[in-house]
Design a protein around this ligand. Structure first.
Ligand SMILES: Nc1nc2c(c(=O)[nH]1)N[C@H]1C(S)=C(S)[C@@H](COP(=O)(O)OP(=O)(O)OC[C@H]3O[C@@H](n4cnc5c(=O)[nH]c(N)nc54)[C@H](O)[C@@H]3O)O[C@H]1N2
Ligand SMILES: Nc1nc2c(c(=O)[nH]1)N[C@H]1C(S)=C(S)[C@@H](COP(=O)(O)OP(=O)(O)OC[C@H]3O[C@@H](n4cnc5c(=O)[nH]c(N)nc54)[C@H](O)[C@@H]3O)O[C@H]1N2
Ligand SMILES: [Mo]
Length: 765
């Protein structure tokens, strides 16, 4: 007799994709009441004359072919192009205190924001305000601050290059580098780690490289949900017989087995393609050990080959010409014992050996990675070890090979490129001076964690958010919420209502923006914006839907409005001209960042253009002028993990969510339906605590996160390595302290939080 599973928990054994994905899209269209225009909207995604899909940063084949079917892209698009509206009537009938009790899903599901709104303390409601009054209020408050460093300017990665560039211009002209951005919570470990390794903080591969790779390594990402169009690429590679080696604690369905909804044969025959040729369930936080194991095996094989009179297995010509640091790396790896590698990674010697074997047989290796690598206290070290691994075989800077960080938001990479950074370099400052005639401040500003700390301490008094849901995305929401409620000014440029907007300061404003799909009409006619994908391709995006309300403004127009009210004629910047015609913004981008030369011409070519990535051509812009093998001594990610009874919590996105946006409570491929209050656990870990599948549990943070907890969740027996547990983001953020972050990049350690788990009936100490 099979035991009854907890409510809403089932086993999903079909391939990912397939008919289930098509059904999900139909349901999404219906729920968002966009059936008539919805299909037409979807067909304009990622077309030469269409808009860029806001779902993820995976490139499309030159943005010239028909849109690849993508269930989660469809969800992102319909969520934005919904017929539902949250207008003045809605705000008049709900107090902020009432709205606070709504779920995150319900807040956003009310629909698109239609009017600029200001909080009225007398009624505890948001009420409409005229745009010019809103701008004046923001300008007056910002000017009244004793120092520009007392304001924080957050960017979420949907903002276009044009919006982000104007935002950094406003902020630098105002006088600070306080640029917390979503990248600080995401791929910051890449931005900090890779420049030392290979001289650039971006990926080196293009989509075409995947056609030529003969081995693909995948670390810590879940493309079936988060980069679904990557599945087309992985599927093609798998069908060509390319080994795909996955390192992930969870058996993500799409990485195992995938049915392509565009493939008539697979759809008609209910067949599918096996994706991973080998699936290694590394322990959460065990990647450093796994990578050192892989490299140890490569060095051992190299030594053996040399001893036998062979040439060795490393790419010695490449290493000699292009790298430094090999000997130090080898010493470090040799000092790392196999026993420790196996214990920390949770993998067998045979598993590591077989993966090393695939690597050594391949001539061209691509390594793709996501949040499973970056969101750890040693995220930067993880990223640098990935680079070491590739450099041993010369797999960077040649066709068919390279490193492929999977960026998150659709333009998070572009926002960084056009100046959203708390640490401006000389080139950026010089460029700004050349373009606008003033030299911006050079002192380091706040990243996301530092901004929240400053807000909590009362050192920062104003927060302006270009999109996003910072308070919910960040660790330790309770402390973050309390801090934000002490602000003098909160301003949110947003498409939809979320919890961050309900954290009321002395003055609080919500400013509704046009989205990607909306027509953006300015004085010179309809405007395009530009975005950069994970592979450094820049292309245009042009919305075409009638905006949800005539009151909406574009992000660039709102930023210009704030700028004029705050800065007046300071530095003689012609904000109006840039809004009348976004070509004028792009002309300035080109002056600041010469890589964008002939920007307005090249962006009009179908497919756009690729920004230069020097490492792709084996030009290394590092301190030494070479690619650098870098060491990360030891293996212990975190000594707290050695304490008794401690498990490592990793936090995940469900299939039906976009970051803090929760589309529904289902997570189809993991077999979870109608709920998110679950923790996936290994059955041995359950048994060791006297727990069973379905028991109610409490989760409490350890170390920096001591005192943070979540109670009353349900334990679910799951295929996950012993010692690792998983729960959903953002629910689990309550267990994570702000101090729990990568020591070098500040990226919160969302994937490696030490916790204790107990039966909810036991009183926690
Ligand atoms: N539909 C949809 N698309 C999205 C998003 C979304 O929320 N929804 N978010 C966007 C954003 S901002 C981002 S950053 C990306 C995120 O894309 P991913 O990086 O795929 O995001 P996560 O859900 O955080 O999943 C990380 C994966 O890492 C695995 N993992 C967890 N811990 C570890 C570990 O210690 N080691 C290893 N090797 N693996 C581990 C998990 O099992 C999971 O498969 O997606 C973008 N695209
Ligand atoms: N525990 C845990 N926490 C995490 C993570 C994790 O894996 N685990 N992941 C982290 C990562 S990778 C990221 S990137 C952050 C995400 O952090 P954010 O980027 O701050 O969060 P989102 O949920 O993407 O923001 C959603 C809101 O953006 C607004 N929005 C949507 N489209 C637009 C638009 O076109 N313009 C404007 N102005 N606003 C728009 C809507 O109002 C919507 O409510 O979360 C981080 N937090
Ligand atoms: Mo992200």
């Amino acid at each position: 007799m099979t035991k009854k599973r907890p409510e809403g928990i089932e086993r999903y054994s079909a391939p990912a994709g397939g008919w289930g994905a098509l059904k999900a899209v139909a349901e999404t269209l219906a729920r968002q009441q966009v059936i008539a225009q919805g299909t037409a909207t979807l067909l304009k995604a990622n077309q030469p004359e269409g808009f860029d899909c806001p779902g993820c940063a995976w490139p499309d084949p030159k943005h010239t072919s028909s849109f690849e079917f993508c269930e989660n892209g469809a969800k992102a698009i319909t969520w934005e192009s919904t017929a539902k509206r949250a207008g003045p009537d809605f705000f008049a009938s709900n107090t902020v205190s009432e709205l606070w009790r709504w779920t995150d899903h319900k807040l956003e599901d009310e629909g698109r924001l239609t009017h600029p709104m200001i909080y009225d303390p007398d009624t505890d409601r948001y009420r409409p305000i005229e745009w010019h009054e809103a701008f004046a209020l923001i300008g007056t408050t910002l000017r009244a601050l004793p120092s520009p460093h007392m304001a924080e300017f957050y960017t979420s990665g949907r903002a276009s290059n044009e919006a982000a560039f104007l935002f950094q211009l406003l902020v630098r002209a105002y006088g600070t580098n306080n640029f917390p951005d979503c990248s600080n919570m995401c791929h910051e470990a890449t931005s900090v780690g890779l420049p030392h390794s290979i001289g650039v903080g971006k990926g080196t591969v293009t989509l075409e490289d995947f056609d030529h790779a003969d081995a693909i390594f995948s670390f810590g990402h879940n493309p079936g949900t988060n980069h679904p169009r990557m599945m087309t690429t992985l599927r093609e590679a798998a069908r060509r017989g390319v080994p795909i080696i996955v390192f992930n604690p969870l058996k993500e369905r799409a990485l195992e087995d995938f049915a392509a909804p565009q493939d008539p044969v697979e759809m008609a025959t209910w067949s599918s393609t096996r994706i991973a040729s080998a699936y290694h369930q590394v322990r959460s936080g065990g990647d450093l050990a796994a990578l050192k194991g892989l490299m140890k095996r490569i060095f051992e094989r190299d030594d053996a080959d040399l001893a036998g009179g062979g040439p060795g297995v490393l790419d010695r010509a490449f290493i000699a010409e292009h790298t430094i640091g090999l000997d130090a790396l080898k010493t470090d790896i040799e000092q790392t014992a196999w026993d420790d590698i196996l214990a920390k990674s949770g993998l067998s010697f045979e598993a590591i050996d077989s993966a090393a074997d695939v690597y050594l047989k391949a001539k061209k290796v691509i390594l793709a990675y996501g949040m499973g690598i970056t969101q750890h206290v040693n995220g930067t070290a993880n990223v640098q070890q990935l680079a070491n691994f590739l450099l041993l075989g010369g797999h960077i800077g040649r066709a068919g090979a390279g490193i492929c960080p999977l960026r998150g938001h659709s333009n998070v990479q572009g926002d960084r490129t056009v100046g959203i950074t708390e640490i401006p370099n000389e080139a950026l400052l010089d460029g700004m001076e050349k373009a606008f005639g003033f030299r911006p401040p050079s002192d380091k500003g706040h990243n996301a964690v530092e901004a929240i700390e400053a807000i909590i301490d009362g050192r920062s008094k104003a927060l302006i958010c270009l999109g996003g849901n910072l308070a919910v995305a960040m660790s330790d929401p309770e402390a973050t919420f309390e801090g934000m409620r002490k602000l003098d000014l909160t301003v949110h440029l947003a498409t939809k209502l979320n919890r961050s907007h309900l954290l009321i300061g002395k003055t609080s404003l919500i400013l509704p923006v046009l989205g990607r799909t909306d027509l953006d009409l300015q004085a010179s006619g309809p405007q395009s914006v530009t975005v950069e994908d994970s592979m450094s391709m820049v292309h245009a995006s042009k919305g075409f839907l009638a905006p949800p309300s005539a009151e909406l403004k574009s992000e660039p127009a709102i930023i210009a409005g704030i700028a004029k009210a705050t800065l007046g004629s300071k530095y003689g910047i012609d904000w109006d001209a840039m809004i009348d015609d976004y070509d004028r913004i792009r002309e300035k981008i080109e002056v600041v960042f010469p890589d964008f030369h002939e920007f307005n011409t090249r962006i009009r070519q179908p497919g756009g253009f690729r920004l230069s990535v020097p490492a792709s051509n084996r030009q290394w812009r590092t301190e030494s002028g070479k690619a650098q093998f870098l060491i990360a001594p030891g293996l212990d990610e975190d000594p707290r993990l050695r304490e008794a009874d401690v498990l490592v919590l990793t936090t995940l996105r469900s299939h039906d969510q976009y970051n803090t946006t929760i589309y529904s409570l289902d997570d189809r491929y993991r077999g979870v339906f109608g709920r998110r209050d679950v923790i996936f656990m290994n059955k041995e870990d359950l048994a060791a605590r006297g727990l069973a599948d379905g028991d109610t549990i409490d989760i409490e943070g350890v170390g920096d996160s001591t005192g943070k907890s979540v109670r009353g969740f349900t334990a679910v027996a799951y295929d996950i390595p012993q010692g690792s547990v998983a729960g959903y983001y953002p629910e689990m953020n309550k267990v994570i302290a702000l101090a729990d972050h990568d020591r070098r990049s500040g990226t919160p350690a969302y994937k490696g939080i030490p916790v204790r788990i107990r039966d909810a009936s036991e009183v926690l100490s």
